[in-house]
Ligand binder design. Structure first.
Ligand SMILES: Cc1cc2nc3c(=O)[nH]c(=O)nc-3n(C[C@H](O)[C@H](O)[C@H](O)COP(=O)(O)OP(=O)(O)OC[C@H]3O[C@@H](n4cnc5c(N)ncnc54)[C@H](O)[C@@H]3O)c2cc1C
Length: 359
């Protein structure tokens, strides 16, 4: 049994499987990166990575610290950059996503969440104009965090539509007011074709998230129009049922929630469900359909403010919101609980199966 990717979805799946199956987890990193804190990393926070070794030891999962280069579905083999070949009977594909391409850019000027540490070094001890591109939750969180931690930088947030289109009118008004209070200039309805077009010393590109599904595509797995792998209700690839998919790479769907958005909040329960499905499948039972519904979305606005947007089961925003320090505290607790859940599930196979994860 192989699990590809040691992010939220992959770890949740690997630890959920470890009691019943021998699991090889393939990811070049020797630590788990809290991607939901990468904007904090850009602002100077250090502890966003957690070494995998104690978790792997506790769970019995074998780690192959290599990059997956291709999957041979006919031979049921995963190939790595270093020439290693790992056979599988079932596979969990959880290679996540990355920031969309900002286009060609001069070196040292354009950054993304993936280059958060370099961005921090670039900002430290300097000042100038910085533009965050993208008004979704990642762009909003990044602009707020950088404005709070680096007030010497002149920051603007540029977005093609309106800021935080997924939240309620009241929620959006709160986001606008906090960003403005932190000195962030907001430019809505501004389409930026590529990062080098902007008159800015530093650009942080947060315009889109792209699923890491090139390897799946090359292996012949069916993708949807957003390049996510199409899956059945039990999270099996619709074209290759021996491949289960978790996290941002999966076009997962439930009748109650509709299509699941790319989020840590969805990757954890989906990763767990993929594990449960594989165990039933290997035991000769029909895997059950995923059950999932939303109840809130959390957006941090620096370290002292935030937005807790209550949503319907289908992720549509309600009027009800929580803001200010209370929302910042809730968001921080949720992010901490995410890591605690992963640690607990590595240590306890029973917890690995029972705790559904946090939204
Ligand atoms: C700044 C920021 C803030 C965010 N805030 C939130 C938030 O508040 N709430 C929320 O719900 N979501 C948030 N998200 C989104 C969330 O981080 C992702 O949706 C989540 O990480 C998806 O989990 P995953 O397991 O699918 O992928 P990931 O966590 O990205 O893990 C993928 C893993 O696959 C590995 N990998 C990739 N390619 C290969 C390869 N070829 N071979 C082997 N391994 C490979 C990577 O090393 C990585 O370990 C945020 C994202 C960003 C960037």
């Amino acid at each position: 049994m192989a699990v590809l990717g040691a992010g939220y979805g992959g770890l949740r799946a690997a630890f959920g499987l470890a009691r019943d199956v021998r699991v090889t987890l393939i990811d070049p990193a020797d630590s788990f990166t809290e991607r939901v804190r990468l904007h904090e990393r850009a602002a100077g926070r250090q502890d966003v990575r957690h070494t995998l070794r104690p978790l792997l030891r506790a769970s019995g999962v074998t780690h192959l610290a290599e990059r997956v280069s291709r999957i041979d579905t006919a031979a049921s083999e995963v190939h790595t950059d270093d020439g290693r070949v790992v056979g599988y009977d079932r596979l969990v594909y959880a290679l996540g996503s990355r920031t969309g391409d900002p286009g060609p850019a001069r070196p040292g000027r354009v950054f993304t969440a993936e280059t958060a540490a370099e961005l921090h070094r670039r900002l430290h001890g300097e000042f100038g104009r910085l533009t965050v591109v993208g008004g979704g939750p990642t762009g909003v969180e990044t602009a707020a965090e950088l404005a709070e931690s680096h007030p010497e930088w002149d920051i603007r947030l540029v977005t093609a539509g309106q800021v935080a289109p997924g939240v309620s009118r009241r929620g959006r008004a709160h986001i606008r007011s906090v960003l403005t209070g932190l000195g962030v200039a907001i430019e809505e309805d501004h389409q930026v074709p590529d990062a080098d077009d902007l008159d800015s010393d530093v650009v942080v590109w947060s315009a889109s998230m792209v699923p890491n599904t090139e390897i799946a595509k090359a292996a012949g797995l069916t993708l949807d129009e957003h390049d996510r792998i199409t899956v059945d209700p039990a999270l099996r690839s619709t074209s290759h049922p021996e491949v289960y998919v978790a996290g941002d790479a999966a076009a997962a769907y439930t009748p109650v929630s509709g299509p699941l958005r790319m989020a840590c909040a969805t990757a954890l329960p989906v990763g767990l469900h993929a594990a449960r499905s594989v165990v039933r499948d290997l035991g000769g039972l029909e895997p059950r359909p995923l059950k999932f519904s939303y109840y809130a979305q959390c957006i941090s606005l620096g370290r002292h403010d935030g937005l807790l947007q209550f949503v319907g089961r289908d992720d549509s925003p309600r009027d009800r919101i929580l803001t200010g320090r209370a929302a910042a505290l809730v968001k921080e607790q949720i992010v901490r609980t995410t890591v605690r859940t992963i640690v607990m599930t590595a240590r306890s196979p029973r917890a690995a199966r029972l705790i559904p994860g946090v939204n």
